[in-house]
Design a protein around this ligand. Structure first.
Ligand code: UDP
Ligand code: MG
Length: 352
């Protein structure tokens, strides 16, 4: 009907102008429903790899996959989805295999046993072929709708974008302990972001090629990237409550998180100059010990005060011994750094 009135088409009257143009648009686009040309988001990326570490997340995988595909089709770049099955004992692997059969953009790696999220990310990073990489959790807590936003933020010139779950749906204790960890990590590392351990992150390829995520250091990836000289930033991302199953990290996460913070700070800031840390600690500890011992000696020599029954004597001696030990550890560290220098630590920006 609409196409069969060409005369009317040529003379749009003021009243039906809007109708006329809409009709034109409809005629032009009626066969293009599968190409949402209007909503294509342009990003500066040829191929994005979506990397998903997972452990026993059977219920979430299909909805997650469907959601990712829906979102990713609105971006003007090629993609791949890589599931890293971290030794699941439920039906996760079967489900991933089913998905991979129907979609050749889906790949998977399956570990023989549970090696941990850091291992899953580390191995996945080796496997990706995209020039940009997005990591996200498999439990539907991270929202795939954020994928374009992360990529657009990378386009502003950042090497890594970390999600910030500003409005967070996690148990009370986890929410607040994590806030404390994030605060301490921010102060100690000097990186101004609010949420270091968000599963949703975007990276340019060189970042993942140059960081070493082992143990449980996935909590501190922004620190590792920043240390290598990459530009790190954050955007606020949507977060959802866990829909199925339960968290894979128990109460031990608090202790491990704390120990890992020390590891990460030491292996980034002081790894090439251990004496700066231990020498500093040693100097002040033994200085305090010497001051205390000097004071006791002064009293003994000039006022003949007995040294027995003076707990301060033990404190002074202890501080001197501990201070010397700090020094010794620092020196040993320096010897090791001297012998095992590793040029892979440096990221080269350019050379001729
Ligand atoms: N995960 C993993 N290996 C593990 C533990 C967790 O691959 O050893 C995955 C898990 O399946 C999820 C993501 O890492 O996709 C985050 O885990 P979880 O949701 O349990 O952590 P939370 O959100 O409680 O911090
Ligand atoms: Mg989760």
């Amino acid at each position: 009907m609409l196409e069969n009135s060409p005369k009317q088409e040529n003379t749009p009257k003021t009243g039906n102008k809007r109708y006329y143009y809409r009709k034109k648009y409809y005629q032009k686009n009626r066969n293009r429903e599968d190409r949402p040309s209007q909503n294509i988001i342009k990003v500066n990326c040829k191929k994005v790899s979506i990397l998903i570490p997972l452990l026993n997340e059977e219920e979430s995988l299909k909805p997650l996959y469907a959601e990712i595909v829906k979102v990713i089709k609105t971006i003007n770049c090629d993609y791949e989805i890589i599931f890293v099955d971290d030794g699941s004992t439920d039906k996760s692997l079967e489900i991933i295999k089913d998905i991979a059969k129907t979609d050749n953009k889906v790949k998977y790696i399956s570990f023989k046993k549970n090696y941990g999220k850091s291992a899953a990310l580390h191995f996945g990073f080796k496997y990706v072929t995209g020039d940009s990489v997005i990591t996200m959790d498999a439990d539907l807590q991270d929202d795939p709708e954020e994928i374009p936003n992360l990529l657009l933020k990378l386009d502003e010139g950042f090497d890594m974008v970390s999600g910030w779950k500003k409005l967070r749906f996690d148990p009370f204790i986890k929410k607040y302990s994590s806030r404390f960890f994030n605060y301490v990590t921010g102060v100690m590392s000097g990186i101004k972001i609010h949420d270091f351990n968000c599963g949703l992150k975007a990276y340019r390829k060189p970042v993942i090629e140059n960081i070493n995520v082992y143990g449980e250091l996935h909590r501190y990836i922004p620190v590792l990237a920043d240390w290598k000289g990459f530009l790190v930033t954050e955007i606020v991302v949507k977060h959802h409550p866990r829909r199925y199953g339960k968290t894979k990290f128990g109460i031990s996460r608090f202790f491990k998180g704390f120990v890992d913070l020390i590891t990460v700070l030491f292996t980034t800031r002081y790894i090439r100059r251990p004496m700066h840390l231990f020498g500093f600690l040693g100097f002040f500890t033994s200085l305090l010990g010497f001051v205390i011992s000097g004071y006791l000696t002064y009293e003994k020599v000039f006022f003949d005060k007995p040294l027995s029954n003076r707990p301060l004597l033990f404190l002074g001696m202890l501080l001197i011994i501990v201070g010397v030990q700090f020094f010794a550890v620092g020196l040993l560290g320096e010897i090791m750094v001297h012998n095992f220098r590793n040029d892979e630590e440096f990221v080269i920006k350019d050379k001729k």
